[in-house]
Design a protein around this ligand. Sequence first.
Ligand SMILES: Cc1ncc(COP(=O)(O)O)c(C=O)c1O
Length: 408
Amino acid sequence: MSSHLSSRLIATARAFDSPVATANIPVYRASTVLMRDLDEARRVGEAVGRGDRHASSYGTAGTPSTMALMDAVVELEAPGHDCRAALMPSGLSAISTLLLALLGPRDHLLVPDSVYGPTRAFCDGMLTAHGIEVEYYAPAIGAAIESRIRPNTRLIYLESPGSYTFEIQDIPAICAVARRRGVLTAVDNAWASPVFARPFDWGVDASVLPLTKYWSGHSDVLMGAAVVRAELWPRLWATVRGLGLCVGGDDAYLILRGLRTAEVRMRRHQENGLVVARWLASRPEVARVLHPGLPDHPQHALWQRDFSGASGLFAFELTRAATGAHGAGFNPATAALCERRRHFGIGYSWGGFESLIMPARLEGGRSVEPWTGGALVRVHIGLEDPADLIADLEEGFEAMRAVVSRGA
Ligand SMILES: Cc1ncc(COP(=O)(O)O)c(C=O)c1O
């Protein structure tokens, strides 16, 4: 099979045992799995217990639809590495299940301060209640993470770029320290997806992928995957089985359909995103644009070294003059900018074909480096023509100016 990603996206998960050769694997829906005889029932049950990903004795253990997607996830996210993947009903459930699988009472977990909000809530809530010590660190810490490692540190969690503030982490440096100190690493690879990042080449032990985002690409399905090195698979699989987590064949089909076009979509998200980001950087209302692909981004060199592209998600900070007395968050100034746009919807879940805009609310969300800047607005740049997006934002800035000058 070709080693180029665009070809692998097309070739993966297409083979199945049927006399009728359709281009796509059909949808298998199943709760009951029938076995020919009791001997087969015993053998299949044992194989599922061993963590064999191609054995199923029950709908929750998998169907040809979900097994094909599991294989595709490993092939695309961890080429050349001995890894396994499990599918979960959302990206967040992939994150929480992975953390539950790898951590136990009295373990110490290091988490970047810029982590996705619901991941932070899970760490502060359920993990803390289960006796896990959670400590946050500055995302730009790099190899200095070593100073935070304690005798009971079990896992360093990573997310690059950070949610809303888009810091790029020096993941290879952190992984080198972690490996030397016998600590595991896991990364949220939502933003870049396998199209623009290969986290297992950086040295991570596990990654989580919200397939909801760029894998699906169409804003119509929720799913997540946790990918681990083979030695961690028994713990992950036991946790997934114990919690009864599984996904349906229809949803697996939608993700497989979306991923065929992931590379072309991502290139367009990147192209459009950079056009809009550069335009925003030239606007008087904008203090700075937080996009790792722009040369003035503080970790632009790291992004160039470790990523092969940028997706369509980034943020910009408004000047204090632009928002007047209103400041950050949800208020009449940011509402004027974001509401009633022709091409930008207001929504949280990103990664689909469409553009989105949303003011950030970071108050209380950071403990190591609280956000002290002006109003931050996150955009997801979709597949529309960037000229239309720019015209739309221009109208938004005009509406904001009118609100601020009225003192409304
Ligand atoms: C960085 C990041 N990780 C994980 C998730 C969770 O994905 P899901 O919506 O599939 O639960 C999101 C969702 O916005 C995200 O932004």
